[in-house]
Structures are given as structure tokens and as C-alpha cells.
Design a protein around this ligand. Structure first.
Ligand SMILES: Nc1nc2c(ncn2[C@@H]2O[C@H](COP(=O)(O)OP(=O)(O)OP(=O)(O)O)[C@@H](O)[C@H]2O)c(=O)[nH]1
Ligand SMILES: Nc1nc2c(ncn2[C@@H]2O[C@H](COP(=O)(O)OP(=O)(O)OP(=O)(O)O)[C@@H](O)[C@H]2O)c(=O)[nH]1
Ligand SMILES: [Mg+2]
Ligand SMILES: [Mg+2]
Ligand SMILES: [Zn+2]
Ligand SMILES: [Zn+2]
Lengths: 210, 210
């Protein structure tokens, strides 16, 4: 109980620091390998007139961090070592290492996990949770909490729905049962299909068309 | 620290109970949606002369449990609610609900997560960790611990390697760096390709050929 209270306190601190610098921050959560980094990479290229920054949360390695750096955006890597989720404490340190006056939009890529990250708010404005059709059609009903609590949910890799025999309508029906008012966006993040709709749903201008 | 000690004590208890009943048990871990249930379903159909049982660990829902039941094998569902991994305590209760004298091989499907399950042994003989090519080629280097500690690692959905532009050799090279002596098996669990090799590596007879 104390851990969560302490985390909420730090999340508040993060949120006021971001507000002071006029930064809108998004917590990008999701299943392992669902496409979180690809989505942030593409958004960082296509968002117009706003400066994008990123935090790459992972257990180990610099893979996602280096992918962000290759897009010439300010970025920081967080290696959690053992924790299966980022928390506000990790993020508060990452914010110290970012040039906050050079960023308008900050994407925080959480560790791949559909369970624990939901208990640890980071101080961001919204959460975007990403699953992929390649994980099967039951992801939403198996992890109701994270889909109920996120403002935006994304079904990625829709280009593979046929070869996976996955009916996206099944996923959508499950979603509506758990989160009738939330937003559900279908994406092919590699081709960029659906990213304009995602940018619109988080209120950022997007260059047209890909 | 105490939690892990207590878990190890209970894991020992599970292991001696399984031994008493002559049951060989396997902890099937892996990424969310990587194909764990499909692998157990197919093995349960193809393993010859031995009686298979299964435990389905999930956050919520009966999806995997019902899939096991459809193969007419003894099965139990564990809903963890909030925990992102099974532990020996959950399993000790599940064992009470299984007809142990009717089972030779027990597959315990852990919650989809490449991080925490590694700290919570269940009392099984071996761990089988499953990833899928659809998660990208960096899964092993990003989650070194679980691949270093598991006896058998599986790369599933190899039928989709081309459409994903994933080079399986990259995954295999990462694996050898982390676990030079472990076993790495490539699978297409839907078609059954590679399952005979998996059955052989865990020492169970397999009906030939699919
Ligand atoms: N076919 C297809 N592949 C995609 C799509 N989006 C991402 N990928 C691929 O999926 C794999 C994983 O993508 P990442 O962006 O690394 O996924 P992630 O969620 O950041 O992964 P982790 O950080 O490791 O949890 C890579 O091989 C991507 O090229 C898509 O829309 N369609
Ligand atoms: N193309 C392809 N699809 C597969 C393969 N193995 C499993 N699938 C599909 O992948 C999806 C997920 O498979 P599951 O067996 O439910 O995966 P899981 O690891 O048990 O998933 P969770 O328990 O939810 O973590 C389903 O749609 C399966 O049909 C494979 O070898 N190739
Ligand atoms: Mg990533
Ligand atoms: Mg399953
Ligand atoms: Zn966690
Ligand atoms: Zn955990």
C-alpha cells in the first residue's frame, strides 16, 4: 500500500514538472513486442511543428533507446534490471537527464507487460495501451484492468490479421464490454496506417498523408 | 527476500508431491500470446502412452482452461487477479484440485510475462520459455535472465518469419551468448512443425509424423 501511495506522490511531482515546461507526456504500455517502439518512432517523424522526446523503458539493453536516437530526438534509456514495470521514481530520474526546454511531446515507453504497469502511474496525461493481432484474439478479455483504465487502446499489426486467422471484431467487442467510452484504434504501424487517427486522438498535428 | 524463501520452500513441497505420484511437471513460460496454450494443446494430443494434465495460469478468464478441457485432459484454472506470475503457493492449491493418480505429464502454463516468473520456481522439473517471431528479433537480448535459467527455449510462429522480416539466426546468436548449452527449438505450433523435437528434448514419446 505504501509503495503505491509513494508512487502516486512522485507521479504528481512529475506531472507538475512536465506542466511547468509545457510538455504533454504519454505513457505507452503494452504487450512484449506489440509495436510500441515502432509507433513512437513513426509518430516522432510525422508529428508536425512539435518537438518530440522519448524515454525507453526496458529490462536490459539499449535497443529501443538507440532506435529513438536514430530519429534525432532527445531520448533517455531506463534499464529496470528486474522490475516488470516503470514507476514514477524511475521516470523522475529520467526527466532530470532530458533537455525539457527542447521537448513539447514526451512518449514514455513502458516495459512490455499488460499487468503491473497499470498500478504505477508515471505522471503522464494519458495512457496508450498497445496489443498486436499476432498475440491472438483474447488479449483484452484476459487483461481487463489495463484496457479499462487506458484512454486509448491500439490493435497493431492488422496487416497480419488474415494470416493469423484473427477476427478483429472479436477484439473490438471485448473492448466495448470493458471500456464502452474509450478509444480503440487499428494500426499497421510499419506502413503508418491508422497513425493519423492516433495522432488526432492525442491532439497532435500530423503530416498528411504518409 | 522472505517471499522468495517461502516460495522456494513451497516449490520443494510441490516437487516431492509430484514425485510421490510419479508425475513429471513442466513450467511453460513466455511472452503474452507467444503460443504457450497451442503448444500444450498439441503436445497433449500427440504424446503417446502417457496421460497429460494441465494448469492454466492467467490474470482473468477461463479461455486457456476451456481450451485444455476441449482435449479431454484433467485441467485446473488459476486466476491470479493482479499477480503477473504464478508462484508455488498458487500451484500447491491447484495440485489439490487435480486427479494426480491419473496424470503422468503435467504442463503448468504460467502467466504471459518474460520477467517475474523467473524468480518464482513452482516445483517443476524443467522450464520451457516460449517467444514468437512476431515479437521481433530482440526478445532474448532484452530478457537475458529467463533464457539463461530455462532448460528449453522455443521460438514459435516461424511460419511468419518472412512476413515479419525477422532473421531467426539473429535470435539464435543472441541465445548462444546468454545460454551456450541450453536447447533452442524452432516451432510452428499450429502445423506441429518442431513439436517432435520438443517432445524428445523433454523425454516424452511422440506419435509420428503429424
Ligand atoms: N507486420 C507488422 N510488424 C510490425 C508492426 N509494428 C511493429 N512491427 C514489428 O514487430 C516487431 C516488434 O516491434 P517493436 O516496435 O520493437 O515492439 P515493442 O512493443 O516496442 O517491443 P518491446 O519494447 O520489446 O516490448 C518488430 O519486428 C517490428 O518491425 C506492424 O504494424 N505490422
Ligand atoms: N501463425 C501462427 N500462429 C500461431 C502459432 N502458435 C500459436 N499461434 C496463434 O497465436 C495466438 C496466440 O496463441 P496462444 O496459444 O493462445 O498463446 P499463449 O502464449 O497461450 O497466450 P496467453 O496465454 O494469452 O499469453 C493464437 O491466435 C494462435 O492460434 C504458430 O506457430 N503460427
Ligand atoms: Mg520497444
Ligand atoms: Mg495461453
Ligand atoms: Zn510488476
Ligand atoms: Zn511480477
Amino acid at each position: 500500500k505504501n509503495i503505491l501511495d509513494e508512487n502516486n506522490r512522485l507521479a504528481e511531482k512529475n506531472s507538475s514538472l512536465l506542466e511547468k515546461h509545457g510538455i504533454r507526456a504519454f505513457n505507452v504500455l503494452g504487450a512484449i513486442g506489440s509495436g510500441k517502439t515502432t509507433i513512437i518512432e513513426t509518430l516522432s517523424e510525422e508529428i508536425e511543428n512539435l518537438r518530440v522526446g522519448a524515454i525507453a523503458g526496458d529490462l536490459a539493453g539499449q535497443d529501443d533507446y538507440l532506435r529513438f536516437k536514430s530519429h534525432d530526438i532527445p531520448a533517455v534509456a531506463i534499464n529496470t534490471g528486474k522490475d516488470c514495470h516503470l514507476d514514477a521514481h524511475y521516470v523522475s530520474h529520467a526527466l532530470e537527464d532530458l533537455p525539457l526546454d527542447e521537448i513539447d511531446i514526451l512518449f514514455i515507453e513502458n516495459v512490455g507487460n499488460l499487468i503491473c504497469p497499470v498500478d504505477f502511474p508515471l505522471g503522464t496525461e494519458m495512457s496508450i495501451v498497445v496489443i498486436s493481432v499476432t498475440e491472438g484474439d483474447d488479449m483484452i478479455r484476459k487483461h481487463p484492468l489495463i484496457f479499462a483504465r487506458s484512454e486509448i487502446s491500439v490493435i497493431n499489426k492488422i496487416d497480419l490479421a488474415d494470416v493469423m486467422d484473427v477476427d478483429i471484431n472479436v477484439i473490438e467487442t471485448d473492448f466495448r464490454k470493458i471500456n464502452p467510452h474509450g478509444k480503440l484504434i487499428k494500426l499497421d504501424a510499419r506502413k503508418g496506417d491508422g497513425l493519423e487517427e492516433l495522432a488526432e486522438s492525442i491532439g497532435v498535428p500530423y503530416s498528411l498523408p504518409l
